[in-house]
Write a protein that binds this ligand. Structure first.
Ligand code: UDP
Length: 316
């Protein structure tokens, strides 16, 4: 086991954050889990309430935070297009002001800090699969810009703090991730399709369904984040983390209908503005630098996620 550290996770009550919190506690660390519960939920971390090495703090990282820790995982931001369309200004604030506040904290503490960046920094990519050296194709004024430009600016801040203040930074570009604890109504494709299939409702494909994504199971992703944080100090990233099996949204819909054994019909709805056409990570760098690659096949991950949603729907 590693030396015990005091670790701060922002967005700790979110889908990814709550799984990361579980893993850090299992590894024996002391945890400070921070969330403002805008999109995260207390349900995701209820089981940590009485954990002797865990402290839960309600805090919005767009305001400064004064704590003492050794490591910071900065995950806080609304991550579903549905949520960031509802409050785009707060989304940019959480990405940019949040990064400034957490970098300021890391600077004062000389703590290593990891940024949860995103494949959205590539926009609607002109390079396929996306390598870290690709600068992206993003719209600065569209409905998704609050998130993609906010996350791009956060990356800039991380690298400027690194160059200017010699801060130890790690930047992960996270591709589409799915698994238990996704919110039922968060609007993302895997949760939407599974909930629709379980309820026997129409499966809503936006556009023709030929657009692609590459879906990573949450446990694999969290494993990648921890490896990145604990890796050699000189390696900053950015590094892609995700699964490189590319599927069309139409194929995903069929797969979920079949796995659920649902009688749902597939219907088509308008494609949202600026919806990227293709997305697949090039994982060469992650494989080489982190000795990491995703291990969970899509069908297996979907089975586990379906089981989670079955229970969640029964309980709701
Ligand atoms: N999508 C869809 N039906 C839904 C939700 C999403 O067809 O009910 C599509 C969406 O237009 C996009 C893809 O699935 O092309 C992934 O959407 P998601 O919001 O999960 O993530 P992102 O667009 O950020 O990759």
């Amino acid at each position: 086991m590693q030396r015990q550290q005091r670790v701060l996770v922002t967005g700790g009550a979110g889908f990814l954050g709550s799984h990361l919190c579980d893993r850090l506690l299992e590894a024996g660390h002391e945890l400070l889990c921070v969330d403002n519960y805008y999109t995260g939920t207390r349900r995701n971390i209820l089981h940590l309430r009485d954990h002797p090495r865990c402290e839960l703090v309600r805090h919005d990282i767009t305001f400064p935070l004064y704590v003492e820790v050794d490591r910071i995982y900065n995950l806080a931001a609304p991550a579903s297009p549905l949520h960031y369309r509802i409050d785009p200004v707060q989304t940019t604030k959480s990405c940019v002001h949040g990064a400034i506040n957490m970098l300021g904290l890391a600077k004062r503490l000389r703590a290593r800090i990891l940024q949860a960046s995103t494949s959205e920094v590539y926009g609607d990519p002109g390079v396929h699969p996306q390598t870290e050296s690709y600068w992206g194709n993003t719209n600065p004024i569209g409905p998704r810009s609050c998130y993609n430009e906010g996350k791009r600016c956060a990356e800039t801040l991380f690298f400027d703090y690194h160059r200017q203040h010699r801060l130890q930074i790690k930047v992960a570009r996270i591709f589409n991730t799915y698994g238990p604890r996704m919110a039922i109504g968060d609007g993302r494709v895997v949760s939407n399709f599974i909930v629709q299939a379980l309820r026997g409702e129409d499966i809503t494909i936006y556009g023709g369904g030929t657009q692609t994504r590459s879906f990573c199971y949450v446990d694999d992703l969290v494993d990648g984040l921890i490896r990145l944080m604990n890796g050699r100090a000189e390696f900053t990233g950015p590094v892609n983390l995700g699964n490189d099996r590319e599927v069309s949204i139409a194929a995903l819909a069929e797969m979920i209908v079949e796995l659920v054994g649902s009688g749902s019909r597939i219907v088509h709805k308008p494609l949202p503005e600026d919806d990227p056409l293709r997305r697949q990570p090039d994982l060469t760098l992650a494989r080489r630098e982190l000795a990491w690659q995703p291990a969970t096949p899509l069908e297996e991950g979907l089975r586990r996620t379906i089981a989670y949603f079955e229970a969640a729907l029964r309980a709701s």
